[in-house]
Design a protein around this ligand. Structure first.
Ligand code: BDR
Length: 310
């Protein structure tokens, strides 16, 4: 009997994989780009959830948010390596739809984060309510201006759902105020340099501009550079998006008046948790909305605190 028990114990030790050696799930997280700090917070939140759910997190993204083909290539590569799930922040509203469908056909779970896209087979969409975030920016600027004045609007990029929704939400509010004139610079793209140059030129060309609005981290950085350099008769009011140390310093220096900040850490965390729940056969909400906040105090501790636990 004793020999039998010894044989069984040895079998269990060497044949059945322990928790540590079981094939860990692998989840590919694809950000829009590798240039903005926003995605670093998404990555950290995703990694915390990966630790909690014993999933390997692979974080790979295009260098630039304009590189649509790169995201499609990463999805193809993920299929080849048979990842269990893909969490993607699409840098275009439809360019990766077909490739993501191929992934789902192969049994890979797909969670969309940050920016919406044409892809109904997703497990969930985890993001801010971007139109509401735009409303908040518009309301904040109207209260700074007393609902009248000339507002310069620098848009981010076409085919980028998150910022398109913010810009629409911002205009929802401004167009309700007849005393407001809008100078629309159009889409300035994913580089802060173009936003800097175009904003500075517009401020020089239009001395009547009272305020500026931009809808994402990279454009906020460009706007700040322009406002630091612009020397005009009056101080220009400004509302931007997202929080990095450089942007918070501009708030502290009085260069800008407010920011709409999101919960990127929580977005990364909840997206990986949703992917793991789907892999476990558990129900997952089709839409998970994370909060946005208007921040006017650079020391507001709600800004950079990882909020996965909240
Ligand atoms: C910025 O782009 C948006 O898609 C994100 O929400 C964030 O505002 C990061 O580059």
């Amino acid at each position: 009997m004793k020999l039998f028990l010894i044989i069984i114990s040895l079998a269990v030790m060497f044949v059945l994989p322990s928790e540590a050696t079981a094939a860990r799930r692998s989840i590919l997280v694809i950000p829009k780009d590798q240039m903005t700090l926003y995605w670093t917070a998404v990555k950290e939140g995703a990694e915390l959830a990966g630790e909690k759910r014993q999933a390997e997190i692979i974080f790979r993204g295009p260098r630039s948010a304009d590189d649509y083909a790169a995201q499609a290539e990463m999805i193809k590569d993920a299929m080849h390596h048979k990842v269990d799930a893909i969490v993607i922040a699409p840098n275009h509203t439809s360019q990766t739809s077909r490739m993501l469908h191929e992934a789902v056909v192969r049994g890979i779970k797909v969670v969309i984060i940050d920016s919406d896209m044409a892809f109904e087979e997703r497990v969930s969409f985890v993001a801010s309510d971007n139109r509401l975030a735009g409303n908040k920016a518009g309301t904040a600027l109207m209260s700074l201006l007393g609902s009248k004045g000339t507002v310069l609007m620098a848009r981010h990029k076409e085919n980028n759902a998150s910022t398109l929704a913010r810009e629409a939400g911002f205009l929802d509010v401004l167009t309700k105020n007849p005393g407001v004139e809008i100078v629309d610079l159009g889409y300035l793209g994913t580089g802060s340099g173009n936003t800097y140059r175009r904003t500075l030129d517009a401020l020089h060309a239009n001395p009547g501009i009272d305020a500026v609005f931009v809808s994402s981290e990279i454009n906020t950085l460009g706007m700040i550079k322009a406002l630091r350099e612009h020397v005009g008769r009056k101080r220009i009011k400004a509302i931007g998006f997202d929080a990095t140390p450089e942007i918070l310093q501009a708030l502290r220096d009085g260069i800008i008046d407010g920011l709409i900040v999101q919960r990127p850490y929580r977005i990364g965390y909840l997206a990986v948790m949703a992917a793991c729940d789907a892999l476990d056969g558990k129900p997952v909400p089709k839409r998970i909305t994370t909060e946005t906040l208007l921040i006017t105090n650079p020391d507001d501790d709600r800004v950079l605190t990882p909020s996965a636990a909240q």
